[in-house]
Design a protein around this ligand. Structure first.
Ligand code: TYM
Length: 329
């Protein structure tokens, strides 16, 4: 069975963007592939985090994965916390020593995040190597993500190819799995940008933990344009296209069907329609989330995932260690 792997940073509450690019894809593919779904808490500290909030976000994230349809009882589903497996950092170091500095500083995400914070840390620079280690340790063939992570998965591919050429077959070459609809859910107030969980403007993002009334308000106040025509055109009408995308994903229709439904109305009708399909799904996730938290299963799921992921990662790390000449033969 091929392996699929992905992770969602616990740097805040998850958004509907994270659902579209990450969790919903895992839920769709989980019966087809052996699945490694982990909480990248080591990635989260590339920007400052409050330690108490981070602990809580980790558990909440896992409960939310399950609430959104990830089935922890499938025999080939493994859910774990990155920092509970020390091989990620070990392999990351080896990969860092095989990555030209320029390959890291040209990453779009690095450029964006470092521009926002002049005092950025070295962790922000080497972050894609840690991400490559996350993927390559498990021989993952498929990596479901939104469009923003594509460049990082490509770096992991390049590293794997280079490593295999130099040391012999070592890593499976991973492929990004980008959804055809919903790969970039946009910021509701600034539709040029992607929706992000670390936004400063709470009206910009819909969080999976948001109250029903808050979600409705955010959708109704989403920025559109002044042309008044409901049409799908990502470049010239990013706000309206984003609303159509949300309607398509949450209403389970094609973009054309969504356009057809709203083309004779105004933006107000489109927004109401979006709220009607988004809210019931999020409320259902929240009900399930509360059940999961109450049931207390998260710790058991994470214990099993930690043990299994350590076993698999140890085997791969042993191969890599020998190949690069570490320690004793
Ligand atoms: P993160 O935590 O920023 O996002 C988690 C997942 O959500 C997707 N995503 C989006 N998709 C559509 N529209 C959006 N607005 C949107 N915002 C986020 C992301 O593409 C991602 O799939 N570096 C990763 C975490 C990570 C990882 C990995 C992922 C660490 N190691 C190994 C895959 C494999 C990140 O910061 O994602």
């Amino acid at each position: 069975m091929d392996r699929l792997l992905t992770g969602l940073q616990p740097s805040g509450s998850l958004t509907i963007g994270n659902y579209c690019g990450g969790i919903s894809q895992v839920a769709n593919y989980q019966k087809k592939y052996e699945t490694f779904l982990f909480v990248p808490d080591m990635h989260a500290i590339t920007v400052p985090q409050d330690p108490d909030a981070l602990h809580k976000n980790i558990i909440n994230a896992v409960a939310m994965y399950i609430a959104c349809g990830v089935d922890p009882n499938l025999p080939d589903m493994h859910i774990y916390i990155q920092s509970e497996n020390l091989y990620h950092a070990n392999l990351s170091w080896i990969l860092e020593c095989h990555t030209p500095h320029g390959d890291l500083t040209r990453m779009h995400q690095f450029k964006m995040k470092s521009a926002k914070n002049e005092a950025f840390t070295e962790g922000l620079v080497t972050y894609p190597d840690l991400m490559a280690a996350d993927i390559l340790l498990y021989d993952a063939k498929y990596v479901p993500t939104g469009i923003d992570q594509k460049q990082h998965v490509e770096l992991a591919r390049n590293l794997a190819e280079r490593f295999n050429n130099r040391y012999g077959e070592m890593f499976v070459i991973p492929e990004p799995l980008i959804p055809t609809i919903g790969a970039k859910i946009r910021d509701l107030q600034n539709p040029e940008a992607k929706m992000s969980k670390s936004t400063d403007n709470p009206k910009s993002a819909i969080f999976l933990a948001d109250d029903e009334k808050v979600i409705r308000k955010k959708i109704m106040s989403a920025v559109t344009d002044s042309d008044g025509k409901v049409a799908y055109d990502e470049e010239n009408k990013p706000g309206v296209s984003n609303l159509l995308t949300l309607y398509s994903v949450f209403g389970e229709v094609t973009i054309d069907e969504a356009v057809d439904k709203f083309k004779d109305g105004g933006y107000g009708d489109l927004k109401k329609g979006v709220a009607e399909v988004v809210i019931p799904k999020i409320v259902a996730f929240q009900d399930k989330y509360n059940e999961v938290i109450k049931s207390g299963i998260v710790d058991d799921v994470l214990d099993a995932g930690r043990d299994y992921s350590n076993k698999i990662a140890a085997e791969k790390y042993e191969m890599v260690r020998k190949a690069v000449g570490f320690g004793r033969i």
